[in-house]
Design a protein around this ligand. Structure first.
Ligand SMILES: Cc1cc2nc3c(=O)[nH]c(=O)nc-3n(C[C@H](O)[C@H](O)[C@H](O)COP(=O)(O)OP(=O)(O)OC[C@H]3O[C@@H](n4cnc5c(N)ncnc54)[C@H](O)[C@@H]3O)c2cc1C
Length: 430
């Protein structure tokens, strides 16, 4: 079994065209995941001189290349709960931001002719207990009543069983606007398009520190390969912890890096794959420690979850892989004999309210905190941040939000095992 990302391993390697670091730029983007690459494409389209500075040897090799492959609409948290907290208008606008995000990904794939198996077959949220179905029904009714999403439908247990070959589920809520794609090939396509428009992409270039002599002056970026002056800076660093605390500490105190893990089966063959998940949708189970899965274009099952509340590294990924394998077999006993070919993990940039945060602080722009629901929003926010940086304040769907630091969160997330234990107990006894 390979302890590496299926998406990265099965995509062409992107080799940046430009090797020499520029001395001066309109915009420097820190981070070469979806947020950074998409922003680079949009900024270059607007005529800015722009470069992506990526610490790692490859683009999109953190969360953007290590996820479940879902491009789902809907909020990561229940719409009704959000509406109670912030009011219907705001909750509706945020929900719609995810619809816009999936639409934007679809448009980008089409306009740039990106070969990434993009499909819009919907997401099925699966009830793992009988009590979940009435709750899902209430959610669907609220979405329709508030005019938020009319493309939702409740499926009873039999209809779910007709398309998901498992006895585990008591029904589900179908979100018809959701999609899926090959993350590695998508990243390659966006990076290629960005370069075609004149953006530069530099890998192995870690930004260690940001400096600005005075307000209104250009920023000075101190990187492992030299210094760059830039009129504007966008931090698109996700949860990854490169660079010094002085420049990045403010964000780190607001984001908890949580590991999420994935296993990928050997190819099952078209007939067996179609029999297992006839709708070829994205699937998410309801539980605090939930599972998410889908098929790939080459008919593998890709099955993920927060198997353990731990950080991701090869050892941790392998342990999580064992737990996920058990979860996969519990869900689909017929896969007992199937070989797993990949096991990998990634780091989710979790925020306290599980919603993204984006804006400007001390003259530096940022967009992150997608909380495990960001393949669409990161791409969309890259484009939205390009507009915001050009002065279009209303472009940012996440504007005017308070973002307090997480109390006690100043170093590595020491509290993860306690959170994991809490959610396991909730799932067991709820
Ligand atoms: C296991 C897992 C499963 C997921 N599944 C899904 C899913 O199915 N659907 C969904 O919608 N979302 C999912 N997500 C979330 C989604 O992948 C992310 O929200 C999204 O990819 C974030 O993109 P990003 O560009 O903001 O961050 P990243 O992809 O993390 O990119 C940030 C980049 O910044 C670089 N960087 C950081 N600091 C520096 C520095 N100082 N200098 C230079 N470079 C730096 C990093 O090396 C990294 O490449 C999942 C995430 C994980 C981890």
């Amino acid at each position: 079994m390979k302890l590496e990302s299926y998406w990265i391993d099965s995509a062409p390697i992107f080799r940046p065209a430009e090797s020499e670091l520029p001395a001066q730029l309109d915009v420097a983007i820190v981070g070469g995941g979806f947020t950074g690459l998409s922003a680079a494409l949009s900024l270059a389209r607007r005529g800015a001189s722009v470069a992506v500075l990526e610490a790692g040897p490859r683009i999109a090799a953190e969360a953007s290349g290590r996820n479940g492959g879902h491009v789902n609409n809907g909020l990561a948290v229940d719409y009704g709960t959000v509406a109670e907290k912030v009011g219907r208008d705001r909750a509706r606008a945020w929900y719609q931001a995810y619809d816009d995000a999936v639409d934007y990904v679809a448009r980008l794939v089409r306009d740039e002719a990106i070969d990434c198996d993009f499909l819009r077959t919907g997401k099925l949220k699966l009830a793992t207990r009988p009590a979940h179905l009435p709750a899902l029904t209430r959610s669907a009714e609220l979405l329709v009543r508030d005019g938020v999403d009319r493309d939702v439908e409740i499926l009873d247990a039999q209809r779910v069983r007709d398309e998901v070959r498992s006895e585990r589920f008591h029904g589900g809520l179908l979100y018809k606007r959701s999609g899926q794609m090959h993350m590695g090939r998508f990243a390659h396509g966006v990076a290629t398009a960005a370069e075609r428009r004149g953006a530069q992409i530099h890998t192995d270039t870690c930004v260690q520190r940001l400096e600005r002599l005075a307000k209104g002056q250009p920023h000075l970026l101190h990187t492992t390969r030299g210094r760059i002056r830039a009129r504007q800076v966008l931090l698109a660093t996700g949860a990854t912890r490169h660079g010094g605390y002085r420049s990045f500490g403010w964000l780190r105190r607001r984001i908890v890096p949580i590991g999420s893990f994935i296993v990928v089966s050997e190819p099952l063959g078209a007939a067996r794959a179609n029999a297992l998940l006839a709708g070829r949708r994205t699937y998410v189970t309801i539980a605090n420690i939930h599972h998410y899965f889908r098929l790939t274009a080459d008919h593998r099952l890709i099955f993920g979850g927060r198997a353990r509340f731990a950080v991701s590294n090869p050892q941790s990924d392998a342990k999580s892989g064992e737990i996920l394998r058990a979860g996969m077999i519990e869900t689909f006993p017929e896969l007992r004999d199937v070989r797993l070919e990949y096991c990998f993990g990634g780091i989710v940039d979790m925020t306290r309210d599980r919603l993204p945060h984006a804006g400007e602080r001390d003259g530096v722009f940022y967009s992150m905190g997608y909380s495990g629901h960001g393949t669409q929003m990161s791409v969309h926010m890259g484009e939205r941040m390009a507009a915001l940086m050009a002065g279009e304040r209303e472009a940012n769907p996440w504007r005017d939000r308070n973002w307090p630091a997480i109390p006690g969160h100043v170093g590595p997330p020491w509290f993860l095992p306690a959170i994991g234990w809490y959610y396991q107990m909730k799932d067991r006894f709820a």
